[in-house]
Design a protein around this ligand. Structure first.
Ligand SMILES: [Zn+2]
Length: 379
């Protein structure tokens, strides 16, 4: 079957179609991966605050709420908890254990239960207990929505829906490129305009896949090149939207580049290792130099990792062209953007897409680019 495809137009057609389908998936990755990361980071931050507030409570001699539910954790006001407990100590002497136990129980219950938990006592301590319970219940209620935050949709198994009207999309609405064109760029159900990101990413992925297969033919280089291409498109989209270059993509790309040298598919192992290190350290040095001089951050650690990954794929000879091309295009495009949008120069412009684009051009047409640079330098 694959032999029939040969290296002619059938192979290129298959590559484009494959690119369209993958582009459709990349759209999902670009939207959902950052959402998942942010969700995980918020969860981790909450857990960290939880362990912090637990330690503080223990140090202050308070009853540490034992079950570790998010409600207990995220009581943000350690100080107010301390203050609420202080009068309870003085009022209900010898009853502090009860009060603390009540509070524990109350906090562990959902807010509704906490509000209902008022009928068991009517002595002088009861008022304090109820006040305390109410305070805890209010805090728990205030924190409950944050703690009960639903995880964002899964990358693979969750179907798409309109972001505006939430209507689930049928397979007919999900045909790459065609659906968007047929629907005139609007949701079938609520007519809200659909972001042009979808057709752009799909078309870009299809064209890039076509070019990679056209350049490398039916080969291991082409297969690897497609993985690189898809990763770079996903990274660029995510960086443009969120100013992030997730480790979940940059680091596997680096490892894959290094592993491909075992064959070797593109460059020798020593060259790849050296280029990865130089790639990372060069941007890292620029970053710190810039930061020491201006106090600003010109780029992020994701940019270093991305250049390291590209170095691992293409070797030391590729690094200078990639940096020069990405800086040049980045300066021109970034400058135009700032002028057109009337922003000042402190507006952050993601550098990742420029590194990715320059890296991809170097990957496909590296030799031509090198010759072009030489002529440029000699001229
Ligand atoms: Zn809709």
């Amino acid at each position: 079957m694959l032999d029939i495809l040969g290296n002619g137009w059938p192979l290129l057609a298959v590559a484009s179609l494959f690119g369209l389908l993958v582009g459709s998936f990349l759209n999902v990755v670009i939207l959902r991966l950052p959402a998942q990361l942010m969700y995980e980071w918020r969860q981790q931050a909450r857990e960290l605050l939880e362990s912090d507030s637990g330690a503080d409570g223990a140090a202050a001699g308070l009853a540490v709420l034992p079950d570790g539910t998010p409600q207990t954790v995220s009581l943000p006001s350690d100080t107010s908890t301390v203050e609420t407990h202080a009068p309870a100590d003085s009022d209900a002497t010898g009853n502090t254990g009860t009060v603390a136990a009540d509070a524990t129980q109350t906090a562990a219950l959902p807010p509704a239960g906490a509000a209902a938990n008022t009928d068991n006592t009517d002595n002088s301590a009861a008022a304090t207990t109820n006040l305390l319970a109410a305070a805890v219940a209010v805090e728990a209620a205030a924190d409950a929505p944050a703690a009960a935050e639903l995880p964002p949709p899964d990358l693979v198994f969750k179907g798409s829906h309109c972001l505006q009207c939430k209507h689930p999309l049928s397979p007919l609405d999900n045909i790459p490129l065609l659906s968007w064109l047929m629907l005139g760029g609007r949701c079938r159900y609520c007519k809200t305009p659909i972001s042009a990101q979808y057709p752009i990413v799909e078309a870009l992925t299809a064209v890039a896949a076509l070019i990679v297969v056209w350049r490398f033919g039916f080969s291991l280089q082409a297969a690897a090149g497609l993985v690189l291409t898809f990763s770079l498109i996903a990274l660029s989209g995510i960086d443009l939207r969120t100013q992030l270059l997730p480790d979940q993509i940059t680091l596997p790309l680096l490892w894959l580049g290094l592993l491909l040298t075992l064959q070797p598919v593109f460059v020798a192992p020593s060259d790849a290792i050296l280029a990865a290190a130089i790639g990372y350290l060069s941007l890292w040095s620029v970053y710190w130099g810039f930061k020491k001089l201006t106090g600003k951050e010109g780029m992020g650690y994701g940019d270093f990792k991305l250049l390291a990954a590209l170095g691992a794929w293409m070797g030391t000879v590729s690094l200078l062209p990639i940096v020069l091309l990405s800086s040049l295009v980045g300066a021109i495009v970034g400058g135009l953007y700032l002028v057109l949008r009337r922003q000042d120069s402190s507006t952050p412009i993601p550098f990742g897409p420029f590194i990715a684009a320059a890296g991809w051009l170097q990957f496909v047409w590296g030799e031509h680019l090198l010759r072009w640079y030489e002529q440029l330098l000699l001229a």
